[in-house]
Design a protein around this ligand. Sequence first.
Ligand code: F6P
Length: 344
Amino acid sequence: MKLGLLTGGGDCPGLNGVIRAAVTQAITAYGDECLGFLDGWRGPLELDYVPLGLAQVQEILPLGGTILGTSRTNAGQPDRIAQIKANLDRLGVDALIPIGGEDTLGAATALAQAGVRCVGVPKTIDNDLSGTDVTFGFTTAVEIATEAVDRVRTTSRSHHRAFIVEVMGRHAGWIALHVGLATSAAAALIPEVPFSVDNVAARVHDLVAARRDAVVVVAEGAVPRSGLVADGPQVVDEFGHVQVGGIAGHLARLIGQRAGVETRSVVLGHVQRGGVPCAFDRVLASRLGTAATEALHRGESGVMVALQGTAITTVPLAEATGTLRTVPPEWLTQYGALFARAGS
Ligand code: F6P
């Protein structure tokens, strides 16, 4: 079989582990030929690719980013699907392994429906893909952000300041919630539940008075109940997503005024996506990559490999990309007692 791999959307620790595993399994178990399309869907659209043999995937498991490059090129439109089909035929590629999140796999869904053999691999630090219990990259991002909040906490206490730490999470607050719980932060503010600035300010005020520090974790996509005023023209990608980020600075100003406490902001941004994957993500990426090659050789297509419980399985791509897996709002109330509060 001739397989084409690509990585699309935001990069994520573990992508290289998937590539290594899928290619290694394809070559050693089946004698397949593999190639890697460059920069997401741009590669098959523009016939930009590199050969992938065992030599190319050696030693890439602990490497951050993606050796294939990535982009937010959308391949879901009919003319682009036709172009990709024609290009794959020209190259003699039998099947694709697209590794990506809701957008990349959404395009894979459309390609599979148009007759291209595809087995997708779920990727996103946001952990918001349906059909899988967890995505690789998420655990690494949570580890990085947790360490950062622990560090911010000691300087917060030394100066009796409050801090607002912004983590990624455009539509889903999984990172903010996990980091908030892992650090017993003052609060975790998530996109799923609009928050009251006054309530956060009161909590910050009480915490700083009682124990001299307060760290609030906010997801970049979280919004106050009072709404947000855009402070410039919006940047929108090919999938229609507005670039978010900057809520921490805005919130620090409001909390500082209302709590009467000096409040600073820290935006962790792409630090959460860069660098080496943690061991859990390396193993998950390796299992998913191997499973993608296996699924294609079983004759499956239009599916995504997924982790359910402790088992790797496949789910229909359409099901996985149909709705985002956001944080059920009751999680915040269920674990509300575990966030830092004055007097506990
Ligand atoms: O989708 C993952 C993600 O990390 C989001 O949390 C974030 O909003 C987005 O990517 C940022 O993407 P980019 O690096 O393209 O600005």
